[in-house]
Design a protein around this ligand. Structure first.
Ligand code: 5GP
Length: 192
């Protein structure tokens, strides 16, 4: 998506070899017009999958999920909450997720009553790196007896294995921008 790539070119910062900061328009300050444009792209890509729920993880995925849900006919958005300890409950689906950016394990959880059995779930997130966050949401969906119909990602870091793992599983994955590497703080992207 050209407007997203342009925002990454203009405002994105590479930290070390593998972290990309997009705080200016996505992770701290939100560019509303750009986020709703991303929502439209996801909606077009996944309309035929007929999702009934959009799922994301707090907090950076929420704006993107909301924009997508709005475009798909005001679908409900369920965001998995993060915590450090697991609570034992029949009513909660939960999974352990190792956080790439914070270098620690979080438990993500969703109350089962918010995702009815048989829901068709579209997963949305800001970044795809090793794929832990998405795999964690997939585990939630397994516990919820819900079907994953697609995964929409704003920024895939193509030099990390998450995208390849999902494609190998035959999952319908759409990444709006794909970063191929960071060299001396400069971000390289696929131009397509
Ligand atoms: P994964 O679970 O695929 O390894 O990493 C994805 C999650 O970690 C996303 O939810 C995102 O919040 C965070 N993340 C991974 N890489 C980056 C990055 O380069 N920049 C930022 N801002 N977040 C990242």
């Amino acid at each position: 998506m050209e407007d997203l790539r342009q925002a990454i070119r203009t405002f994105g910062r590479g930290l070390g070899q593998d972290v990309v900061k997009v705080d200016m328009f996505l992770n701290h300050r939100i560019d509303t017009e750009l986020v709703f444009e991303m929502g439209r792209e996801f909606a077009e890509e996944f309309r035929d999958e007929r999702p009934t729920v959009i799922m994301t993880v707090e907090s950076s995925g929420i704006a993107l999920a909301l924009a997508t849900a709005r475009e798909m006919g005001n679908l409900p958005v369920v965001f998995a909450k993060k915590g450090e300890t697991a609570v034992q409950s029949q009513d909660v689906a939960q999974a352990a997720v190792y956080s790439f950016t914070h270098k620690r394990e979080n438990v993500i959880r969703v109350e089962k009553r918010y995702v009815p059995i048989g829901s068709r779930v579209l997963l949305i997130d800001d970044f795809l790196a090793d794929g832990q966050a998405v795999q964690g949401m997939m585990e939630l969906c397994r516990q919820l007896d819900a079907k994953i119909v697609g995964v929409g990602i704003a920024v895939e870091k193509g030099f990390q294995p998450g995208g390849a793992k999902l494609r190998a599983q035959g999952i319908h994955l759409k990444s709006l921008a794909v970063i191929t590497g960071i060299e001396d703080g400069k971000i390289r992207m696929l131009e397509c």
